[in-house]
Design a protein around this ligand. Structure first.
Ligand SMILES: NC(=O)c1ccc[n+]([C@@H]2O[C@H](COP(=O)([O-])OP(=O)(O)OC[C@H]3O[C@@H](n4cnc5c(N)ncnc54)[C@H](OP(=O)(O)O)[C@@H]3O)[C@@H](O)[C@H]2O)c1
Length: 254
């Protein structure tokens, strides 16, 4: 049987892949033969060691830097990719600023809006035309279980994840004729830098685990199969879906 999801000859950009879920996704796509652009907000040691790790795997990898808090961030990133752009675009970069609803400042809102939503729209505007010209493209937005089940102190973040998922369905409808699929992957609780401090509280960690039917908190690598599957050449007829990767947490009443 032919190998499933051979991405040889394809180029992928994973935003926010200096660490966490984005890094795991970049590694997963690289393992399928894609050439990979890793991305971070700044030229950090983490970003450089992420690129080194992929190269050590034998993947053709390069790091690009752009701060999406800046209005010109997405354009600056696209310029670093060259005129061919990419075949696979994974929109994963994110900022989460937990606060009680009545303490969220305009600056908090604007930063999350730019990084969690506006950068996705702009990067798609910049990179979709080259995909359309080649009649092949895969776009995956990384959302969150919070699209459906918002958490108290993350009102703006949750709302922006819902908005991004809606955007994915809209673009899925518009881009299908050009061989481009657009899907959303929604992780539940995945152990990364953003929750490591909270999960160090063992009582809190236990409470989270009890709300997950699978009984454990996910690892970044648990998000890879969903994204790789959606990027496969064989997945050309799958578009506009919202795929939960949460150990069944969306089913839980806890
Ligand atoms: N972890 C979870 O439990 C969970 C649950 C549901 C959904 N998600 C979603 O999954 C995705 C990855 O989450 P994660 O936990 O792996 O995130 P993370 O560990 O917090 O990493 C965030 C990534 O986004 C980049 N980033 C942050 N601010 C940026 C900016 N101003 N401009 C450009 N890039 C910026 C970071 O780059 P630097 O390293 O340069 O800062 C980093 O690569 C996000 O979309 C998140 O919302 C995560």
């Amino acid at each position: 049987m032919a190998e499933f999801c051979n991405l040889a000859g394809k180029t992928a950009l994973v935003t926010g892949s200096s660490r966490g879920i984005g890094f795991a996704l970049a590694r997963g796509l690289g393992a399928r033969g894609a050439r990979v652009f890793l991305h971070g907000a700044s030229d950090s040691p983490k970003l450089r060691s992420a690129a080194d790790a992929l190269k050590a795997d034998g993947v053709s990898a390069a790091a690009v830097v752009a701060d999406f808090a800046r209005p010109d961030g997405p354009d600056a990133l696209a310029r670093q990719l060259g005129p061919e752009g990419v075949d696979i675009l994974i929109l994963n970069a994110s900022l989460q600023l937990p606060k009680p609803w009545n303490e969220i400042s305009d600056d908090d809102m604007l930063a999350q809006y730019r990084i969690d939503f506006m950068s996705s729209v702009r990067l798609i505007q910049l990179l979709q035309p080259a995909m359309a010209a080649r009649k092949w493209g895969r776009i995956v937005t990384v959302g969150s279980l919070q699209q459906q089940r918002p958490l108290r102190h993350m009102a703006v973040y949750s709302a922006l994840k819902s908005a991004q998922e809606n955007l994915a369905r809209n673009f899925a409808m518009q881009f299908a004729k050009d061989g481009i699929t657009v899907n959303n992957v929604a992780p539940g609780t995945i152990r990364t830098d953003r929750n490591v401090a909270a999960l160090a509280d063992k009582a809190y960690e236990r409470k989270i685990e009890e709300a997950i039917p699978a009984g454990f908190i996910g690892a970044p690598e648990d998000c890879v199969s969903a994204v790789v599957m959606l990027c496969a050449p064989e997945s050309r007829y799958i578009t506009g879906v919202d795929l939960m990767v949460d150990g069944g947490k969306h089913l839980s009443s806890v």
